[in-house]
Design a protein around this ligand. Structure first.
Ligand SMILES: Cc1ncc(COP(=O)(O)O)c(C=O)c1O
Length: 408
């Protein structure tokens, strides 16, 4: 076992038949200076020497010099059919040329056709779509829907989860890195995470899923009036490091939540659209049927599109007031959404994700046998986490090494 990763072992990327357009815009240095002068400094860049990306083609992106990079990050888990995929580009260009914006106050065929296509991918009674612009907005709306429908207030979520940075969703998000100090946790309870690597119970224990799920039951019993508006979790935690819950966990949680009259809200912002390879939606892995599902990121392959999908009954309860949103459901984003679903189907991307994911996991498992610093390899499809540690016993996170690898 070793802790050193030899630089010469880093493979080069395979050849690719694509010539990026010569870049003729302002220099990288000018971009850096303009950003420094005009963009809020909280808007960060990756890497000690930031990279400027000016073009993309499928799994690759190009900088201003034409240098090609493999985008293993998939545009922050968003480009799930490939950068500037021709089918998506064509759909967006054609729609843009015809009509770029239309509010939902008027009829348009694309939002109607798209909503049907989306619902066709969901379990039977998840048949009502509300389109929005971002994952944060979708989760904010899901919380509101759950509170309006149930007439209860408390929402339970998991520590280490990420659900966005809006005024309400920051309350759900449960990592201090993403939380500002003004109060934002009203009625939100953060349960012990079902983390079988770092949590108190691992997969070798008997009834591990029940033990973690009982934490939700305890919160309902001891921290709420006994009735809740809902429970929200990602199917696999993304920003928290690809945390996979023990089998059966969400099913048990779902029972407790429903007994307390709450709704099961599943955040599929990262796990949706085949990212896990084993199902079209991440919740299929846990064999649960959510009451509300939130979608974003890969839904529009980079265009601002997100959705809240729920049952007709919950949707109906929401009609007691007017709810409106200027850009949501605009024809261009919906055209992108349609093209994404068509591409997933045509190119058999779920199977591809499963295949490539299994291959990657196998390779990472082999590396884990070789390198002491790899404490855990976990995940499913292309939703994979490699947990780097200083010591396998203590499991202390090795963030220095993670930064080094990131910079390679
Ligand atoms: C699981 C999950 N939910 C919600 C969000 C928030 O989405 P957005 O950044 O589009 O607001 C994210 C973003 O990373 C996410 O990973």
């Amino acid at each position: 076992m070793t802790n050193k990763i030899p630089r010469q072992n880093i493979p080069s990327i395979p050849s690719y038949n694509y010539q990026p357009t010569p870049y003729i815009g302002i220099s990288k240095q000018q971009v850096i200076e303009l950003r420094k002068q005009y963009i809020n400094p909280v808007v960060a860049t990756y890497y000690k020497q930031p990279i400027m990306i000016v073009e993309g083609s499928m799994q690759y992106v190009f900088d201003e010099t034409g240098k090609r990079y493999l985008d293993a990050f998939a545009g922050i888990a968003t480009i799930n059919v490939g950068h500037s995929h021709p089918h998506v580009v064509k759909a967006v260009q054609e729609q843009s040329a015809k009509l770029q914006h239309l509010t939902t106050l008027y009829l348009h065929p694309t939002i109607a056709e798209y909503s049907k296509m989306l619902v066709d991918k969901m379990p039977d009674d998840l048949s009502m779509v509300y389109l929005v612009n971002s994952g944060s907005e979708a989760n904010d709306l899901a919380m509101l829907m759950a509170r309006v429908y149930t007439e209860n207030f408390d929402i339970i979520t998991l520590r280490n989860g990420y659900h966005g940075m809006g005024g309400n969703t920051m309350g759900l998000t449960s990592q201090s890195t993403w939380k500002y100090s003004p109060p934002h946790n009203f009625g939100i309870h953060h349960a012990l995470n079902a983390d079988v690597y770092r949590g108190p119970w691992n997969n070798n224990e008997n009834n591990v899923a029940d033990k973690y799920a009982d934490e939700i039951k305890n919160i309902i019993e001891y921290a709420t009036c006994g009735k809740i508006a809902g429970f929200i979790a990602e199917s696999i935690q993304g920003m928290g490091g690809a945390i996979v819950y023990p089998d059966g966990y969400l099913r048990k949680v779902s029972d407790y939540v429903h007994q307390a009259k709450g709704l099961l809200i599943i955040d599929e912002v990262q796990t949706g659209f085949c990212r896990t390879g084993k199902g079209f939606w991440g919740f299929e892995l846990q064999d649960v049927k959510p009451d509300i599902v939130t979608l974003a990121k890969g839904i529009g392959n980079g265009l601002p599109l997100a959705a809240v999908v729920t049952t007709p009954e919950i949707a109906q309860a929401f009609t007691q007031k007017i709810h409106f949103n200027t850009f949501a459901g605009n024809p261009v984003s919906c055209a992108a959404g349609k093209a994404v679903l068509e591409t997933i189907e045509r190119e058999n991307l779920q199977q591809n994700c499963s295949l490539v994911g299994d291959y990657l996991l196998e390779g990472l498992d082999n590396l884990q046998e070789k390198y002491e610093c790899i404490g855990d390899v976990r995940g499913c499809g292309l939703m994979i986490g490699v947990d780097l540690v200083k010591n396998r016993e203590t499991k202390e996170a090795n963030s220095e090494l993670a930064s080094q690898i990131h910079e390679l």
